[in-house]
Design a binder for this molecule. Structure first.
Ligand code: FES
Length: 175
């Protein structure tokens, strides 16, 4: 009768004539299967890592292009208006004479979004920094004023806001 492995499986010894035959291919064992699985897993991991490493020099985000946003024609902003573009974290102002400017609503303390009061002042809800209507610090932990952001006109006549480019306080775009 066959022998018994430690785990209780029956093992059938081969007849000596079959075991010595050149045409005999021994059956795959569980150890062979696990070895092959480990090799293929290692190769797959290496391939995925190689693809990831080759992508490293190519940036997924282009900060220059992402910082510029078209926000509509100047006529979309009434004279004397203040418009909060929440998704761009900026306020767009248009004077009564048509001059336009943009002030970032990102607090210079730790980056919370400052809200604008009825008085025209900005108030940060996180630690209480206050800024006047021009963005200058009135109080609180904010170390510097809110940024004035660059506004320009695109060839198609739309206003372009660049959140990465600050301009001198008081700069206005006549539109
Ligand atoms: S983040 Fe605005 S006061 Fe702290």
């Amino acid at each position: 009768m066959g022998g018994t492995k430690k785990n209780g499986e029956q093992q059938h010894p081969l007849p000596p004539s079959l075991a010595q035959s050149e045409r005999f291919v021994p059956p795959k064992t569980r150890r062979d299967f696990l070895g092959l699985a480990a090799v293929w897993t290692a190769l797959g991991t290496f391939f995925v890592a190689l693809v990831g490493a080759m992508r490293l020099p190519m940036p997924s985000v282009f900060p220059e292009s992402n910082s510029r946003s078209k926000i509509g024609p100047p006529s979309a902003f009434q004279k004397g208006s203040a418009t909060h573009l929440v998704h761009l974290q900026a306020w767009i102002f248009r004077d009564n004479d048509g001059g336009m400017y943009a002030i970032s609503s990102v607090c210079t303390h730790l980056g919370c979004i400052a809200g604008r009061q009825d008085t025209g002042e900005f108030l940060c809800p996180c630690h209480g920094s206050r800024f006047n209507a021009g963005g200058e610090v009135l109080g609180g932990p904010a170390p510097s004023a809110l940024s004035w952001l660059e506004l320009s006109i695109a060839p198609d006549g739309q206003l372009v806001l660049d959140r990465q480019r600050s301009v001198k306080r008081g700069t206005r775009l006549m539109a």
